[in-house]
Write a protein that binds this ligand. Structure first.
Ligand code: AMP
Length: 637
């Protein structure tokens, strides 16, 4: 479908058809496009270079400053210089308070929606607005360099971004005046840049290892004949180079007790930047020692009058490669565990991987290549791609595909976590398992469990556990106005549809009456990454016990349903039974109820169910005979 754009200020038709690819990074952001002259993806470079530091300076009564100039204000004006916005995107105040000590700016909780806001000069900003400032700066950068207006973009996000973080990114794009054609997973984008250079006739399984400033992502992809199929994704949205910086700071604080009194926001930022400088220096010079003087305000100095005032203190900080390795050890171990999990998800052995693609600034830390060489001894680490640029370039390639300029590539992405609804007894009924290809659509039929039920609550969950209480609730709604029917008679169709961005829509309808409803899965900015990661790891760890829990719960459901049916039979057809049969049946029902109260013995419950079923079967057969004979009586044969 052709689109015409009109500039609402000038009333003129805009002729631009440029669709850019944007890597909205925690530390740096980039914008790329397909140069029509070369037909190649290129990062857009202005006088400041290709990377735009994802840092924003908010000045009173002035437009925000984004980029290198803003980064320079980290030390002088830490309270109005915002960095790592991506870590705040789609998060609640509660989730971020622990990180507050490293941020120079003030984070507050909005009373209305309990979302976090950043407070500067008594004005509140949310993470979507701030991300939009970075996106707007990228849009302007592209427009300035290309000499054309840019309205459309593909924006990359970590594969492990949840629904609300994806929505928040999309909202930020909109706010920046961009029509976001697609949210693409960063490792998938990276694989596009890598795979484009491959011989089409060669099929390859690749592992993309993306370690940035604040996030870690892994994807395993199969590239064959222009089709990029994601086989598995893993990651951690709160793991990255920043963590190494914080560990180095902690190491210095341990070894230099005076640093306990370094608590001025500007000083903390200076220490953080020094830690990062040390890390990058040692990454490039593994056999040297990093040494630097550090000056800060010691706020603990108590004057004779008892008035606290700060005095300047200068200490020498140093770090060697061994210290760096210690500081980064936990991070490296976590990334290795993710690789193992990704391979397991894809049912592959390390030897099945034919290429490794390294992405993200932190993949330059030498231990990463060393550890990967040990995990994949048959491979030579591919350093030919620029790890800073590869995601933006891939996003530009996808943008070109969506703009209709390329027909030789097909991208098949997947869901990172299972999606399902709550059924009787709090069980998770999984409609879309994790690692399902996107876009996808699944329909399943349900019914009511009680006679005359006219409303049905449908609660949607995301996660890997058997019981919904251990998964994440995405939203719920009530399908109202179902005509009163006997239990089990309504046919309620539930459809889950996940689009190519990974965003879910749920539809429900009662097929006999046509009553239907769509659910808006409102983004709930409330799931911490620990929670997400925990959900996944718990899912693996508890698979066995979950099977037992599910088995027991299904038996409990069956017993309850049987008691309900037999009671209903007695209420309607009790006069068919002799007084002795009636007492006997009631006693058997009570016996099953007692077993239910005791709870956890599945075998005993199954026995009770079988006993009650065997006992009542002749009644049902008898009832059937009566119904048939009365039906026959009315008919002439
Ligand atoms: P990205 O989010 O991909 O821009 O990556 C930024 C992260 O990469 C930051 O934590 C940087 O400190 C880190 N980084 C950049 N260059 C290096 C390097 N040579 N060695 C180690 N870490 C690096």
């Amino acid at each position: 479908m052709a689109k015409i754009k009109i500039d609402i200020n000038s009333g003129k038709i805009v002729k631009s058809n440029i669709v850019v690819g944007i890597d909205l990074g925690t530390t740096n952001s980039l914008v790329a496009w397909i140069n029509p002259q070369t037909n190649k993806a290129e990062v857009i470079v202005d006088e400041w270079g290709a990377l735009l530091p994802s840092v924003i300076l908010i000045k009173p009564n002035a437009d925000p400053v984004v980029g290198i100039l803003a980064k320079e204000s980290l030390l002088d004006a830490p309270e109005r210089t915002i960095f790592s916005v991506k870590r705040l995107l789609g998060r609640s105040f509660q989730e971020i308070t622990s990180a507050q000590q490293f941020l120079g700016y003030n984070i507050v909780e909005d009373e209305i929606d309990s979302m976090l806001r950043i407070e500067i000069d008594k004005k509140l900003y949310n993470a979507v607005e701030l991300s939009a400032m970075i996106l707007r700066a990228l849009k302007h950068k592209a427009e300035k360099v290309l000499g054309q207006e840019v309205f459309q973009a593909v924006i990359s996000v970590p594969a492990y971004f949840n629904d609300s973080q994806r929505q928040a990114t999309r909202d930020a794009g909109k706010l920046a005046g961009l029509d976001v054609l697609r949210i693409i997973n960063e490792p998938t984008a990276a694989s596009l840049s890598y795979g484009l250079g491959l011989d089409r006739s060669v099929s390859q399984t690749i592992l993309v290892y993306d370690l940035g400033g604040g996030t870690f992502d892994i994807s395993i992809l199969q590239i064959e004949d222009g089709v990029f199929e994601v086989l598995a994704t893993q990651g951690d949205t709160r793991l990255g180079g920043d963590d190494i910086d914080y560990s180095i700071m902690a190491f210095w604080q341990e070894t230099h007790p005076a640093l306990a009194n370094c608590d001025q926001p500007g000083d903390i930022q200076a220490l953080r930047l020094l830690a990062e400088t040390a890390k990058i220096f040692l990454s490039n010079n593994t056999n040297l020692i990093f040494t630097e003087w550090f000056e800060f305000s010691n706020t603990s100095t108590v004057q004779p009058q008892g008035i606290e005032s700060a005095t300047k203190e200068k200490i020498e900080l140093s770090l060697n490669y061994g210290d760096l390795v210690n500081a980064a050890q936990v991070l490296v171990l976590k990334t290795q565990a993710c690789i193992v999990a990704a391979l397991r998800d894809a049912s592959l052995k390390p030897s099945d991987i034919q290429a490794l693609v390294l992405v993200g600034g932190s993949s330059r830390y030498p231990e990463i290549s060393r550890v990967l060489s040990a995990q994949f001894p048959h491979l030579i680490i591919n350093n030919s791609l620029n790890p800073d640029e590869v995601v933006a370039l891939g996003a530009a390639i996808e943008a070109d595909v969506l703009a209709g300029n390329r027909k030789d590539i097909l991208l098949l992405d997947i869901t990172p976590l299972g999606l399902g609804i709550e059924t009787a007894g709090g069980l998770m009924d999984l409609l879309i398992p994790r690692n399902t290809k996107l876009p996808c659509r699944v329909r399943r039929e349900y019914s009511t469990s009680v006679d005359g039920q006219i409303n049905l609550q449908i609660a949607v969950f995301q996660g890997e556990r058997a019981m919904v209480k251990e998964n994440r609730k995405l939203g719920e709604f009530i399908l109202k106005g179902i005509p009163a029917m006997p239990a089990g008679f309504p046919k309620i169709e539930v459809i889950f549809s996940v689009n190519a961005d990974g965003v879910l829509t749920v539809y429900a309808s009662e097929l006999r009456s046509g009553v239907s409803q769509n659910i808006e899965i409102k983004p709930q900015y409330g799931l911490s990454d620990e929670a997400l990661e925990k959900m996944l790891l718990d899912g693996f760890a508890n698979a066995q016990s979950d099977m037992q829990v599910r088995g027991l719960q299904e038996t409990i459901n069956e017993a309850q349903q049987l008691i309900y049916s037999v009671n209903r039979f007695i209420a309607k057809n009790g006069d068919m039974l002799s007084p002795i049969q009636l007492v006997d049946t009631t006693q058997r029902i009570d016996a099953l109820k007692r077993l239910l109260n005791i709870g956890s013995n599945k075998d005993a419950l199954l026995q009770g169910i079988t006993a009650l079923n065997n006992h009542t079967r002749p009644f049902a057969e008898n009832l059937m005979n009566i119904a048939i004979s009365s039906a026959l009586k009315g008919k002439e044969i």
